[in-house]
Ligand binder design. Structure first.
Ligand code: HEC
Length: 178
């Protein structure tokens, strides 16, 4: 008799403990979910509101053909004849500041090879990029694609306007301009 009573009591106690545990567990889970949901919702909503706004703003102000900076096609007014003397100055400057990362072929070193760079980019894009790469690496879709491949951000080489222009002339020479 005592044995049976004991057994029955044990069952009931186990039952109560299990039930209490289940209640605590479900309350805890409910608390976790509601707090996450509470914090998540506004964040998601803000991100969803901000992203399209900033993209629209960029699309309005950022010109992927020109890049970001002071150079425009009008300011550069590139001639279709090569300036040999200027290209030579550009070649010397490149050998000091650029060829540790860039080859003249289409082969990548640290950065992309320069072959045909004057055909895939406009002169003003190149000038804006090489005089101040950072804002364009942040915004330009092509520069971002290159960053994904190269995994290194091109450091600002502190080029003067004249150096940059001479290097562009050298790039035009490498691409076959006469
Ligand atoms: C430390 C390595 C490094 C040096 C030095 C360097 N670059 Fe770069 N360059 C890069 C990388 C990496 C990229 C790819 C873009 C990015 O992710 O920053 C790049 C991209 C470029 C591009 C765009 C190429 C394309 O196909 O559109 C041009 C133009 C360029 N560099 C010119 C220069 C010039 C001019 C110099 C020297 C004054 C120079 N770079 C020095 C690493 C370098």
């Amino acid at each position: 008799m005592i044995f049976y009573w004991n057994f029955a009591l044990k069952l009931t106690l186990t039952d109560i403990i299990m039930k209490t545990f289940k209640v605590i567990a479900s309350l805890t889970i409910a608390a976790i979910f509601s707090s996450c949901g509470g914090e998540d919702k506004p964040t998601t909503a803000t991100a969803a509101q901000e992203e399209p706004q900033s993209m629209v703003k960029d699309a309005e102000t950022y010109d992927p053909k020109r890049g970001e900076g002071k150079y425009t096609a009008e300011l550069l007014a590139l001639s279709d004849k090569l300036d040999e003397a200027q290209a030579k100055i550009g070649e010397d400057a490149s050998n000091v500041k650029c060829t540790s990362c860039h080859k003249m072929t289409d082969e990548k070193l640290v950065g992309p090879g320069w072959k045909d760079v004057t055909k895939r980019r406009t002169g003003e894009w190149i000038m804006n990029f090489i005089t101040n790469p950072d804002p364009m690496i942040d915004k330009d879709p092509e520069a971002q694609a290159m960053l994904e491949l190269c995994l290194v951000r091109m450091p600002n080489q502190s080029l003067t306007d004249d150096e940059a222009r001479a290097i562009l002339e050298y790039m035009r020479k490498v691409d076959g301009l006469k």
